[in-house]
Design a protein around this ligand. Structure first.
Ligand SMILES: [Mn+2]
Length: 390
């Protein structure tokens, strides 16, 4: 179930070692048993909602040769669109529609925390977002209609883009390889390979996009977490200060004392590996999960769970876990928060993070133990788990 149909002779291991982050791969009829079911009208409806990130790209008919417009849109915008050469793109559709989240099940041989979102695009005939490169790995699943994908393998740099646009369009795109994707086909593209996908007739594409933070973002997150949690609040001190002839001078000894103090602090920092789990499970700001206004006590939670039989993960919740990551404990991460468990927690964390629906019957044994009951109850009260009738 939910197994990607790799081309002949390719396995998950071969795909990861030969193609992932290296080169494109075409999959014919990649996802048996998957039906997206999302209709163009429904996608347009989503693009009219305020909490949903959407944009449109018009070629030729817009204010510039390539015009980007940003949602939320309204009915009037849609009624004025030309017959061809435009595309509507909606981000994070997996967070809003469970049937689209189902697409992600095929990609779980890659860690969940690497995943970003499913973007769904609808294109009128000849619609495209132009020739461009992305910073992320992406699987482009052809949900409806046909799209021709062209690839330009030569390296491109920032200076190659057309200036003054909201889009990174490459003016000099030379097609070196191309494929016509039929409904059910899929194309994997590594980061930084220039591509151009043009609709032949109207079509819909689901883009499974991955997340790759920049080194700067990671360093900033590490320092912020470290400073907040582990750096003592002391100030610069100079008990050995001597009179100086030029009051304006920063003397080498003063600078040295300052550097030593900082180095001492950094050397004595407690190593904390949990910042990564918190950082990598954080969500975009508008996908915030609200804690429950009326939290339940553990006893009441247990009774509700028993009655409901099933508890669901909130659509916006990103989960990950790590084993024995510090003081003999395991950690569960949810949207930048972390929860700890004793490290003998066995299959509990793999189960809780793998399934979007958790069944009472399956968890019953664990629920008799206070640490697990308490953790599930906290996840519920923090909004990450919900009952069907909440
Ligand atoms: Mn792209």
């Amino acid at each position: 179930m939910h197994k990607l149909q790799f081309p002949h002779g390719i396995t998950e291991e071969k795909f990861l070692s030969r193609y992932w982050q290296h080169k494109p791969l075409l999959f014919k009829q990649a996802l048996p048993d998957f039906h997206c079911g999302l209709q163009p009208d429904e996608l347009a409806g989503m693009a009219c909602e305020a909490g949903i990130e959407s944009r449109m790209v018009l070629e030729k008919h817009g204010a510039t040769p390539w015009e980007a417009r940003f949602g939320p849109f309204d009915d009037e915008t849609f009624s004025r669109l030309p017959e061809s050469h435009w595309t509507l793109l909606v981000q994070d559709v997996d967070k809003h529609l469970p049937q689209v989240a189902g697409l992600l099940e095929y990609f779980r041989f890659i860690p969940d925390w690497r995943l970003d979102d499913v973007m769904v695009s609808y294109a009128a005939d000849q619609g495209s977002v132009g020739p461009h490169i992305d910073d992320y790995d992406v699987f482009l699943y052809q949900a409806k209609g046909r799209r021709r994908w062209k690839i330009h393998y030569q390296t491109v740099s920032e200076e190659d883009f057309i200036p003054g646009l909201d889009l990174r369009i490459l003016p000099d795109f030379e097609t070196e390889e191309e494929w016509l994707l039929e409904p059910g086909d899929m194309l994997y593209l590594p980061p930084n390979v220039a591509h151009w996908g043009i609709a032949e007739g109207e079509c819909m594409t689901c883009s499974v996009g991955f997340r790759a933070p920049t080194l700067r973002e990671m360093a900033a997150a590490w320092f912020e977490s470290t400073i907040e949690r582990h750096l003592p609040p002391q100030r610069y001190r100079d008990p050995a200060l001597k009179p100086q002839a030029s009051p304006g001078e920063i003397q080498p000894a003063a600078l040295m004392a300052f550097k030593e103090e900082l180095a001492d602090c950094l050397n004595n920092l407690k190593q904390d590996n949990r910042w990564f789990g918190r950082f990598i499970t954080e969500h975009k700001e508008h996908l915030h999960v609200e804690p429950r206004e009326q939290p339940l006590g553990e006893e009441d939670f247990l009774n509700r769970f028993r009655q409901a039989a099933v508890i669901h993960r909130h659509g916006y919740t990103r989960l990950a876990f790590s084993r024995n990551d510090g003081d003999g404990q395991d950690s569960l991460y949810a949207n930048g928060q972390h929860y700890t468990l004793p490290s003998e927690s066995g299959d509990f964390l793999p189960v809780v993070t793998r399934y979007r629906e958790l069944h009472f019957g399956y968890l019953q044994e664990w629920l008799t133990q206070p640490v697990y009951l308490s953790l599930l109850c906290r996840l519920y009260n923090d909004g990450h788990l919900e009952f069907g009738n909440d």
